[in-house]
Structures are given as structure tokens and as C-alpha cells.
Design a protein around this ligand. Sequence first.
Ligand SMILES: [Fe+2]
Length: 435
Amino acid sequence: MTCCHHYQLSPGGDLLFAVDVSRLRYGVGAMNELGEEARLLGLKRLAIYTDARIAQLPLFSEAMGALHSAGLQAVIYDRVRVEPTDASFREAIQFAVDDEFDGFISVGGGSVMDTCKAANLYSTYPADFMDYVNAPIGQGRPVPGTLKPHLACPTTAGTGSECTGIAVFDLLQLESKTGIMARPMLPDRAIVDPRWTDTLPSSVMAATGFDAISHALEALTAKPYCQRPAPQDASVRPMTQGANPWSDMLCREALRQCGQYLVRAVNDDNDKQARHGMMYAATVAGIAFGNAGCHLPHAMSYPVSARVQDFSPEGYPGDESICPHGMSVIVNAPAAYRFTASGCPDRHLEGAGLLGADTREVVAADSGEILAQQLQQMMCATDMPNGIGGVGFTSSQVPGLAQAAALQQRLLSVAPRPVSDQDLHDLYHDALSYW
Ligand SMILES: [Fe+2]
């Protein structure tokens, strides 16, 4: 199905790709080995980053018991904000600065793991906050060296943050998300225990699961690594280097499992096979996009989650407006893939097929539509909002969204076709509603 010329080398293009992966343990009961893992990292006094909900779960108490039994001193920071901001990052960084830790453990979803990465970075190499933030929004300053050990334990099936060197947050003054990206921020080890999904609310399962789907779809359809100019030296080769044969392999497996399990995992709390399968798929998709990159759906999602008002889905803290990350991605995704399909139609079609669409007798020109329809069908089956209109946006807000998304050059540059400011404007209009 995939075009054999996809990785044809071109003059001036990069000739090689890199693979960066956390050392990970996956399986039911993996959290019981937390103490041993921490000891292997040489930790004695460490900071535990988590959020208030996770800190109340029996599995969290078990994990702290495992650390205690291993003779480790752990100090808990449970004030991580779901969908973090630069303000919540700063508070979490201060916690690390005020003590002397020899390493970090994060127990939570992407918000927790990303906050922990930032705390590790800024407490190890203090700097002005915007120094390490991706250019052109921040200075994009390189991280000077290795960080303290970080052991990441994801508790949701979506973000894949345990396998990436990326930390995303909402920059309040910009009313958009942005991020910090650096290889040293890749967690040293990850413990992926699918038992965390047993107690996940269905709405969280759905939002995080669609994040994993889009990670795999975006990495599979990203501009190939060999079409990016070769770096002047290896240290500046971006982690978001583009699609490559390694990430392709993982994207295909992740999409196959998401197609098989997501709807079941959302609609039946007791379907452990589906929920645990989604946990595996999310980690696999995380490794893939961490080594390839995401593009248009994620770029479009950042202003949506930062500007949402009067919206708070079930299963999330109800004290303020929130559009969870995966939800903000998927409400834009059908419009985005209809647009990007012409960049690599065969890969969009392949993605649709892996998710369960019937792709027999379909011509390449229809691949974007087939993929968008497949996603819309899965969104309906899991009670996702109907486009950005479904989370409260109107056409009058489209110009502001488009202007903010245009700043996400790190992501847009990985898209399989160029994206202009006018394209973004049209895409948000297309994403207002789908059915
Ligand atoms: Fe994501």
C-alpha cells in the first residue's frame, strides 16, 4: 500500500534518522517494580509529581509503598494542574528548586509527566522561563546537558509522554499552547501498568485514546525525514525529524490496536482487554511520534484548548473551562486530514484501513474523505463533541484561532503539504461541525 518512493533520498536532504526511546516496562503489575526501578537509577531522595485525583487512588498508595520498601525517601507534589499553564509549571519548578532531589518520578497523564520534565529541566539548568520554549514563541535555547533521572509512570492511555522529550503547556499571555522539546527531557525509564485504565472515566478514556490515534496518524503521514534538509551537525537534528521506517512500524501497530479497542474501551468500563490494549497502543504511538513528530491536528488543537470557555466535560475537574488535549485534537482532525491527504494519499488511506474503514475499491483521491469519515464514525460512537462548534466555538472566533495556530511552526513544518495562514482560516471553518 505504501509508495516505495516515500523514502527516496534527495539532494541536500537528511540521509539518516535517529531513534530515541525510554527504557520501559509494560504489563499488569509493573508498578510493583517501581522501587526496584528507582534503585536501579541510583535514586535516594526523589520528588514524586502527580495530581490530586491520582494521589487518592489505591494504586498510587501501592506505588508509594513499593518505594518505601526499597528504602527510598519520596516527597510528593500533588498540585499538578490538569492541562498545565506556564504559571502551574513555574509553581512545580519552584518545588524542585526549594529542595535537593537526586531524581524525579511522575505518576499521571501527560499533564503530570510534562510538568515533571519542566521541573527537572529548570531546577537543573535555571534560566528565564522563555529561554527553553520552542522558537519562535520562545528562545528555543538548547538544553545544556543531561538532566537528573526521571522515571515516568503514565496513568492514561493516550499521551505517550513517557516516551517523548516534549513538554506542552498553555502560555497564558498568548492564549495558546506551546512546548519545550529536547532530547535530554526524554524520561530515562517508563513503567506502563495498564491497571491504571481500570478506573479511568469513559470520557477520559475517549479523549486520551483519540490523542493516541492522532499521534499515530500524524507520525505516519508526516513529511518524510529525508525531505528535511540535512542538519549541519547531529546535535541539531530535530526530534520531530519526520516519518521514518522505525516510526512507521509503530504507527501501524498502534492504529491497528486503536481500531480494534478504542470504542470498546470507552463504552465498557469492564472490558480490560480493550482498555489494556489502548494503554499499549498509546505507548507505542508515543514512541512513534516522539521520533517523527505531529503536525496539523496538534497545531490546530493548541489555541482551541487554550481559548475554550464555558465547557467542561464529564470526568475532568469541573471548577473551570477545559477542553482536554485529546479532545481538542480530534475535533480538528477530520478537517485536517481532508486537507493533508493530497500530501501522501496512500498513507491516509492506510491509516483509515488500520482503524477499520473498508478501503477496498477506493481511489487515492478519496483517501482524506475516507479517513475523516472513519474518525467521525468513531467520534460519534464515543460521544465526542461535533467539531470545535461542539466545544463552544463560533465562526467569529476563527480568525483568532487561525492567527494563533500559524505560530506553531514546529508542528506545521512537519505536515505533508504546506499550510498557509488562509488554509488555517479555512480549516477552522471546516472544523466547526461535521455531522
Ligand atoms: Fe497529543
